[in-house]
Design a protein around this ligand. Sequence first.
Ligand SMILES: NC(=O)C1=CN([C@@H]2O[C@H](COP(=O)(O)OP(=O)(O)OC[C@H]3O[C@@H](n4cnc5c(N)ncnc54)[C@H](O)[C@@H]3O)[C@@H](O)[C@H]2O)C=CC1
Ligand SMILES: O=C(O)/C=C/C=C(\O)C(=O)O
Length: 480
Amino acid sequence: MTFEVRHWIGGERVGSAETFTDVSPIDEQPIAEVARGGAAEVDLAVAAAARAFPAWARTSREERARLLHAVADGVEKRIEELAQLETSDNGALIRSHRRGVMPRVAHNFRFFADRLLRLGHEDFETRGHRNHVSWDPAGVCALITPWNAPLMLATWKIAPALAAGDTVVLKPAEWTPLTASLLADIMVEAGVPDGVFNVVQGYGAEVGGPLTAHPDVRRISFTGSVPTAKTIAAAAAPNLTPLSLELGGKSPLLIFADADLDLAVDLAVEQYDNAGQVCLAATRLLVESPIADAFTERLLARVAEIRQGDPREESTDIGPQIHRRHVERVDGFVRRAKEAGARALIGGGPNEDLGGLYYRPTLFAGAAEGSEILTEEVFGPVLTLQTFDSEEQAVAMANGTRYGLAATLATGDPERAERVSARLVSGTTWVNCFFVRDLRAPFGGSRQSGMGREGGDWSFDFYCDLKNTVTAPWAEQWEK
Ligand SMILES: NC(=O)C1=CN([C@@H]2O[C@H](COP(=O)(O)OP(=O)(O)OC[C@H]3O[C@@H](n4cnc5c(N)ncnc54)[C@H](O)[C@@H]3O)[C@@H](O)[C@H]2O)C=CC1
Ligand SMILES: O=C(O)/C=C/C=C(\O)C(=O)O
């Protein structure tokens, strides 16, 4: 049985003349009929957010923080429901949603609520004049989010925007519309005023197009692909709307001969998590030549053990790809890599036993330097293996793409770790670990992996208009 999902605009569920069908990647069965928004719904939502903005911006920091904690409480009460909904919608593991992702969703609200209360109001003097630096709310924020970690990535944006005193129009990915819709219910239960949080469902160009071109939108924050980011930047340009972009990657995992080999293999296997649909995934394994054979042998044995299947089973390690179109995209990369002479050491095609959208964990070797499989983001369970003979060469290979989102290195030498990480072009570098995340840290990418950073006060930098008010010394008559 499917259910109906409508937009959430100005505190009301709003439908559209047309709908589209949301399909579960687990079995390609329809799960919801979703309102298909367009320019009219965007106008309604931006107007509702603009109307709600002045009162929300004037609401005290303490009250905004209290409401965000109430939203976090609501998320915590519904962890199981959210986990099940998200797993049915995007096919990621229920065990990750239960124990990692949904608790992090709640944490996102708590973190930015608490951070808001600690945001400075810096005051200092210049020749007797008082400078007062404030973080003013900016206005309506358009938040456009992807399908690989739908609610987690959306709440990285929603929580700081609301904390900052901004109002929000969220456009979730059309392949994963469900948890954003449930979040609207949680907002209502928490007491967030109508119009402060709005959701417009629909396709990228149809909703995202008018939203990013809207003159009343003061901020655009986007997580997704580089081509879409360029379209958004072009739409935002006439209004000079500030942009935060968190984009893709082709991150390296550098494994030096002095590394703990078991750890290195563990780190490599982790890159298949979420069936490779993770922007941070270190999909390029760069291995120092003397240990390449031993590393490869152990890695292949471990990859063969990855349990692929129904993500609702606790024992499953990786589930399906998000959508048939995405499988075709991933498979296109794999076919072209083979045609160009790369060898699939394992995997290399869909998992026909599971049918539909499951793609075998794949490892390529022998890809030609500069070839597509070594330079373009696949966003599937596809890794490549290359060897290097010196630290210099390793750094050059690691930095040799247009991306700069993340890098991981495995080495037993602390000095090498410092030397190499200092030279990597990467928003986040992990040494002998992977995916250790903390909202206090800046998150984002260099080069074409993005623009700006999320997390900590960097989120407030983006969602606020920073202002300095300079006041001359008051003459005595004014002070009376
Ligand atoms: N977190 C990340 O870094 C992500 C990276 N990707 C990369 O992008 C590739 C393609 O996936 P897609 O789903 O097509 O990503 P996408 O970047 O097109 O979609 C992300 C979001 O942007 C919206 N969007 C699409 N066109 C838009 C437009 N013209 N204006 C405003 N919003 C628009 C979509 O509806 C969705 O909400 C993936 O294979 C992967 O390489 C995709 C999703 C997440
Ligand atoms: O979970 C995180 O801290 C970061 C996740 C980011 C992605 O998975 C992404 O944008 O693809």
